[in-house]
Design a protein around this ligand. Structure first.
Ligand SMILES: [Zn+2]
Length: 161
């Protein structure tokens, strides 16, 4: 996907996550959207830096880079939420773009993609970006609302209550 697609994806995802975390739709919701939206959008732009430095869809499109951004806030105390932008960039490249990404680079140069992808120049690129974003938000909603209950139920069954 191109820069426009990644920004569209990051902004729509941030708005959705803002409403997911603070559903009231007031100033706090708006502040949350800005607080997470700026780092998510910057994170979503980061992987394509490898068009200039390294091998595109390999050097900065892999799991070690993502894990680095997940760990960064715990190690250095900043760059929270940037990993969400990097992750959503990968998801959009894998699910929305015809060419995949080398998830296991540098161990393997094999690129992984889904058949749902379209070419970057396709007229349907924006539509596919919106569909991928809706899918991500549906997954995020499940994680936020269903996962705690699922873990609770599993724990309850494990202790035999
Ligand atoms: Zn990319």
């Amino acid at each position: 996907m191109n820069k426009k697609g990644h920004v569209l994806n990051a902004v729509l995802l941030s708005i959705g996550l803002g409403y997911l975390f603070v559903p009231v739709g007031d100033v706090e919701t708006f502040k949350t959207i800005i607080m997470i939206g700026v780092p998510i959008t910057l994170g979503a732009l980061f992987p394509d830096v490898d068009t200039a430095f390294g091998k595109h869809r390999k050097t900065l499109h892999n799991l070690p880079v993502l894990l680095g951004f997940v760990a960064f806030p715990y190690v250095f105390g900043n760059l929270e939420y940037v990993w969400i932008g990097v992750l959503t960039h990968y998801v959009l490249d894998v699910a929305g773009s015809k060419r995949g990404i080398a998830l296991f680079y540098p161990l393997s140069t094999q690129e992984y993609g889904l058949p749902t992808g379209v070419t970057v120049s396709s007229k349907r690129a924006d539509f596919v970006t919106a569909v991928v974003t809706v899918g991500e938000l549906a997954l995020a909603t499940m994680v936020v609302f269903e996962l705690p209950q699922l873990v609770f139920e599993l724990g309850r069954q494990l202790v035999g209550l």
